[in-house]
Design a protein around this ligand. Structure first.
Ligand code: ATP
Ligand code: MG
Length: 429
């Protein structure tokens, strides 16, 4: 017997009952980003593998073990994008969007792919909304990115459940000096480090700060702190950011162990974390990456950005019961028609109504059926009102109007007056 067809582990269908919440979330973010002057960019989902190796860094979890990489029919090595920044920078360079130092404030949305162990809040296909800003160097834009996420948490009703963690990784020079000091300290405690950290000490020492291992964490308590190695430029930038967050009234904590998984960050790094989702607590993360564009073959161009994980934020909305009730109702009015003549009239009438009320969510019964069965469907649709058209109504050129949720009496409305009547009782979205 053949195995039944299934989706790939860690790659989820988003079912019709879930999509209203996704669309509410995505719509809220899109409106907010319009308001702050960010422009949407759409990149392909597949890129040359080389792009990710060069930008994300060879010794990162993503490139070492999480990428979906395959050879296409031409023999090229391609990879399903594990994140959006690399492709965004590639597109910006390819189309000269940052030529002559031109600033750009961009955002994107879409699926990302990482071969991780699937669990709550961690999937192999997941979705991000990301922002990337180019050619604006100052802490003002770092602050704007954080301020707008803070506003978003407010709009979504989840502000109380998230906390901002902040750190500065300095310029590459100050980070270089810090790395030397960190490696020296950790090498002196090599026997107490877990295996992964011993390996990272050689390949990517800053990542040791990120460890979840308790013994290694104990060693890190007395390790040198990045904050003591910041040069003036990074320190002034960081102070500027903190002053702006204070001015905007946004609480934050400094987490000196925050380094982020990807190689390309410099100066500001931040994460919004929640304790409501278990181990997968980071809902939004990002930072400054002033060296990345040049590293990818462009002219020196500063950059700063972040990405939020849509699944985790949706989970958080559900956990905190911040799903607005009205989003699940997708039908305002359900039209039932009985018999061929009534069906024809119903079609003409409903199209006329749609002309006049373009935002009305009007569902016309399809597939005929008895009075009882159509009425059941009308009720199940969640509609506020049913319209009823049979031979008797048709003869009088009226349609039955029946409130389904208890407001008001059933009455007959003349065909000509229907749109005007609906306009008074259905709030137009
Ligand atoms: P984590 O430490 O949880 O693995 P990360 O540092 O790998 O996260 P980023 O690459 O910074 O994550 O991606 C930004 C955001 O995208 C994360 O904060 C998270 O909300 C979300 N995200 C990352 N990986 C996944 C995944 N496998 N499944 C669902 N969401 C994810
Ligand atoms: Mg990860």
């Amino acid at each position: 017997m053949s195995k039944s067809l299934q989706a790939i582990r860690g790659m989820n269908d988003i079912l019709p009952e879930q999509t209203p919440l996704w669309r509410y979330f995505e719509g809220t973010v899109a409106r907010l980003l319009d308001n702050y002057g960010y422009k949407q960019i759409r990149m392909p989902i597949v890129e040359f593998t080389e792009l990710f190796k060069r930008s994300i860094g060879e010794v990162t979890d993503i490139v070492e073990k999480e990428m979906y990489t395959f050879e296409d029919r031409n023999g090229d090595s391609l990879t399903l994008r594990p994140e959006g920044t690399a492709a965004c920078v590639r597109a910006v360079l390819e189309h000269g969007l940052t030529g002559a130092g031109q600033p750009q404030k961009l955002w994107y949305i879409g699926p990302m792919f990482r071969h991780e162990r699937p669990q709550k809040g961690r999937y192999r296909q997941f979705h991000q909304i990301g922002l990337e800003v180019f050619n604006i160097d100052g802490p003002d834009i770092d602050a704007e990115l954080i301020v707008l996420t803070w506003r978003l948490w407010g709009l979504l009703g989840i502000r109380d459940a998230v906390k901002l963690e902040l750190n500065s990784l300095g310029t590459s020079e100050s980070r270089g000096r810090y790395k030397v000091a960190l490696v020296e300290y950790l090498s002196a405690h090599l026997d107490k480090l877990d295996e992964d950290s011993q390996r990272r000490l050689k390949t990517n020492p800053l990542r040791v700060l990120d460890t979840k291992n308790a013994d290694t964490q104990a060693v890190l308590v007395n390790a040198p702190k990045m904050a003591d190695y910041l040069d003036d430029e990074s320190r002034i930038h960081f102070e500027g950011l903190k002053a702006r967050l204070d001015a905007a009234g946004i609480p934050f904590v400094i987490n000196t162990k925050l380094v982020r998984g990807l190689d390309y960050y410099s100066k500001t790094v931040f994460e919004w974390v929640t304790d409501k989702l278990g181990a997968q607590g980071t809902v939004c993360a990002g930072g400054r990456y002033d060296g990345l564009v040049e590293q990818m073959g462009g002219k020196p161009t500063t950059g700063v950005g972040f990405a939020m994980g849509i699944e985790r934020l949706i989970l958080l909305l559900e956990t905190l019961e911040q799903v607005p009730e009205e989003i699940s109702r997708q039908v305002d009015v359900y039209l039932c028609a009985f018999g061929e003549a009534a069906e024809l009239a119903a079609l003409a009438l409903s199209e006329k109504v749609r002309d006049q009320l373009p935002n009305l969510r009007l569902q016309v019964n399809a597939g005929a059926g008895s009075f009882k069965s159509q009425f059941k469907k009308a009720d199940k649709s969640g509609a506020l009102y049913a319209l009823i058209l049979g031979d008797d109504e048709l003869a009088q050129q009226v349609i039955g109007f029946k409130p389904l949720r208890g407001q008001g009496e059933q009455q007959n409305i003349a065909f000509d007056a229907l749109a005007a009547h609906l306009a008074t009782c259905v709030v137009q979205g």
